[in-house]
Design a binder for this molecule. Structure first.
Ligand code: SIN
Length: 289
């Protein structure tokens, strides 16, 4: 490992663990993710919500096990962190804020089976998502979700590369996620340009803000240069387990992740079985470098 890579890792992994009074927090890996115990998401106290907010900013992905919650509980929990984000394109039926994540038997592919953050093609991408899984693949294995720390992806780059990226932007194109699928009628596909390196709005920490599912090009570069750069940046996530944690689901697990600084990848390794959950998302604000 290069010295600047080690420095970045050391800075994250040598932070003193925080102590909590109203929840129990156990890290999943030294760089991302934590399990939160001692809470019932249908009956949270204000003190617990405040500590969950702190843990969320520290760990970026929070896992809550053995929760029995209704859709109203799910939406109320999300509402503590911001305005609920309507599903777009809107679901043909059911609650406009609840995205059904459903893998039917012997599906050809599943939603989210590529590294991405939710809604990055939107002008104001999502703050975070909360996925509550109610059914896992038969036999209890498969269907894990991987999460990657995009602060660290940036911080582990060489100072020269960070300097080069800092002035660039990237186009995020919603059409890329519809490849092979029919675009719903009247749906206006979002395409927006964001800084390639953004600042987390709450912590100010820089984030490498490109992802394979939505980012199409870097407009300041030639087509070949843009393609080569994006390929290199996408590979950082795909080839570096050091940046990631893995969540193994069970029915009743809810995971809350920060779309501003985390990418995730739903693993489709459970053909021909089924999986089901419900996702509620929270609105974010404009992104700034
Ligand atoms: C997603 O939000 O991309 C789906 C994640 C999952 O199904 O684990």
């Amino acid at each position: 490992m290069e010295p600047y890579e080690l420095d970045a890792l050391e800075a994250v992994t040598t932070r003193r663990p925080r102590s909590y009074e109203h929840i129990f927090v156990t890290s999943l890996t030294p760089v991302i993710g934590a399990e939160v115990a001692g809470v019932d998401l249908s009956r949270l106290t204000d003190a617990q919500v405040a500590e969950i907010r702190t843990a969320f900013l520290d760990h970026h992905v929070l896992v809550f096990r053995d929760q029995e919650i209704t859709t109203e509980d799910h939406k109320r929990f999300a509402g503590h962190f911001g305005e609920l984000r309507p599903v777009n394109p809107p679901p043909p039926e059911g609650d406009p804020y609840v995205l059904e994540i459903r893998t039917s038997a012997a599906a050809g592919n599943v939603a989210g089976n590529a590294w991405h953050a939710d809604g990055t093609a939107d002008l104001e991408p999502s703050l975070g998502s909360m996925l509550y899984i109610t059914e896992t693949p038969e036999g209890g294995s498969g269907g894990d979700t991987l999460f990657a720390n995009m602060h660290l992806a940036y911080e582990m780059l060489s100072p020269a590369m960070r300097g080069f990226l800092d002035g660039l932007t990237a186009v995020h194109d919603g059409a890329q996620s519809f490849r092979g699928y029919t675009v719903p009628p009247h749906y206006e596909i979002p395409v927006n340009e964001h800084p390639l390196v953004v600042r987390h709005p709450e912590t100010g920490r820089p984030v490498l803000y490109v992802n394979q599912a939505y980012t199409s090009r870097v407009p300041q570069l030639s087509a070949d240069e843009s393609e080569a750069l994006l390929e290199m940046l996408f590979a950082l996530v795909a080839q570096r387990p050091l940046l990631t944690c893995r969540v193994r689901w069970a029915p009743g697990t809810l995971v809350f992740w920060d779309n501003r600084c985390v990418q995730h990848h739903a693993t489709y390794d459970y053909y021909p079985h089924t999986r089901h959950g419900r996702r509620v998302a929270i609105n974010g604000g404009p992104l700034k470098s």
